[in-house]
Design a protein around this ligand. Structure first.
Ligand SMILES: Cc1cc2nc3c(=O)[nH]c(=O)nc-3n(C[C@H](O)[C@H](O)[C@H](O)COP(=O)(O)OP(=O)(O)OC[C@H]3O[C@@H](n4cnc5c(N)ncnc54)[C@H](O)[C@@H]3O)c2cc1C
Length: 424
């Protein structure tokens, strides 16, 4: 690496970071650098050897590494620089980065624009406060996935999984393929927290029982976990006395949620949203700090990789324009307000000038499942702007609604829109 100054620096090489780097380069950025703490490009996709990736973008059902490779090939072809095995330790609002690695040592670089693409991390036992002893054999589902799919180790043979997140359900099937017995998947909520397709393909197809409104009350075992005590819970998550059951196991996997990885964002003074735990962004994925953009799971936890790639494209293009001082000046910022049954919306605000020339996709999560046909509806004051019908709305599945240029003039008098999800 000859220089310490780049047009664009992308932190993280998952699908969000790869897409951002590619579009930044295609949109005129002269020097683009991806920094990745792992020894290979690709992010979490490298350990996701199951299929299910690329259905929207490529209309193909690809394994994670194959999906990643399609983008990694372009990184070389476009002359994008990479620093692997390198950790970004610090980021300032002025876009100065401090890095460390065995190859490059301790180093400082700067950029005209930065794209945050650090993904997210899994919640652990400490964050869900599981009582009992502290033996070996309690792991996050993603850790087990890395062992089995990348490093060639089995976490155990008799498994209980806490949480019905996608990683847990995918690991239930994976461990069954490898000869383990998955005794049960427990979910504290009265509904699934991952995708329905994963429930069908990973649990139902393999007769793995899912118990909704159940959790782990206690862990038994000293050196190694020997059993868990499970319990049914009511609607306020209180244990129902008498419903306890002891299940012998040598492994407890946790699939209890993901946390966007935003320590660097906070150092740079980027404003985070209390619900998503990711940066507040506009429709260019521009954060509250000028010149710092964000894409992928660092912003909010996506269900499908295709949408992460789309977000990376948008952030990378805007970052390249910013670096060239060509990003359109802001005219009027409109706030997006979550209405009835909407937990959050990304982007949290957008500029009307963007709507004059392109559609703006809004992504959101429903607060509670609605197992009936619904309208996803955008409103300005009392007027309906647009709506789309869906057969149902489930918390584990992201919902998208587009605003189009034809909606532009409605914003003459209004500064916010509300999106709600209601029964049809
Ligand atoms: C187990 C599992 C199964 C999935 N299954 C599917 C599926 O079937 N279909 C589908 O469409 N989607 C699936 N997804 C979702 C999809 O894979 C993710 O949404 C997507 O990979 C997120 O991409 P990302 O770029 O935001 O983050 P990641 O892929 O997590 O990449 C973030 C990268 O940033 C790096 N990084 C973080 N901090 C630093 C730092 N300080 N310095 C340097 N590097 C850093 C990390 O090492 C990592 O490589 C699955 C996800 C998981 C976890």
């Amino acid at each position: 690496m000859k220089t310490n100054h780049f047009d664009i620096v992308v932190i993280g090489s998952g699908p969000g970071g790869l897409a951002a780097a590619i579009t930044a380069k295609k949109n005129g950025a002269r020097s683009v650098l991806i920094i990745e703490r792992d020894v290979e490009l690709g992010g979490i996709l490298l350990q996701c050897i199951h299929n299910g990736f690329g259905v929207e973008i490529f209309k193909e059902d690809l394994p994670g590494p194959t999906y990643a490779q399609r983008f990694i090939n372009q990184i070389g072809e476009l002359g994008i620089e990479t620093m692997l095995d390198t950790m970004v330790l610090n980021l300032t609002a002025e876009r100065c980065l401090t890095l460390t690695s065995k190859t490059h040592g301790y180093r400082q670089i700067s950029a005209k624009a930065v794209v945050l693409a650090m993904g997210c991390r899994e919640r652990t036992r400490a964050q869900v406060r599981l009582p009992g002893t502290r033996p070996a054999g309690v792991y996050t589902a993603g850790t087990a996935q890395r062992w089995v799919n990348v490093e060639g180790y089995m976490p155990g043979k008799k498994i209980v999984i806490l949480g019905s997140g996608d990683i847990g359900m995918i690991m239930a099937r994976r461990l069954t393929f490898e000869g383990a017995k998955v005794e049960r998947v427990l979910e504290i909520m009265p509904y699934l927290s991952g995708l329905t397709r994963n429930y069908v393909q990973c649990l139902q197809d393999f007769d793995i029982p899912l118990k909704l409104q159940h959790t782990v009350k206690r862990i038994f075992g000293n050196d190694r976990i020997e059993a868990v005590e499970t319990v049914a819970v009511d609607d306020t998550w209180q244990p129902i006395p008498g419903s306890e059951e002891t299940i012998a196991c040598d492994t407890l996997l946790l699939s209890v949620g993901l946390i966007p990885e935003n320590e660097l964002s906070l150092q740079a003074g980027v404003r985070l949203h209390p619900t998503t735990a990711g940066p507040v962004v506009d429709a260019d994925f521009h954060t509250s700090v000028p010149g710092i953009f964000a894409a992928g799971n660092v912003v909010h936890v996506y269900d499908l990789v295709d949408w992460v790639t789309e977000a990376g494209y948008a952030a990378g293009k805007a970052a390249a324009l910013y670096a060239a001082d060509k990003l359109r000046p802001k005219e009027k910022m409109i706030t997006t307000q979550p209405g009835e049954n909407v937990r959050y919306i990304v982007p949290q605000h957008f500029d009307t000038s963007q709507l004059t020339s392109e559609k703006i996709p809004f992504q959101m999560r429903v607060s509670r499942p609605i197992e009936k046909p619904v309208w996803v509806e955008a409103r300005i004051a009392d007027e309906r702007l647009t709506r789309r019908g869906l057969p149902y709305a489930r918390p584990g599945e992201m919902i998208t609604l587009d605003l189009k240029p034809e909606h532009f003039e409605k914003f003459n008098k209004n500064n916010s829109i509300t999106i709600r999800i209601i029964e049809r």
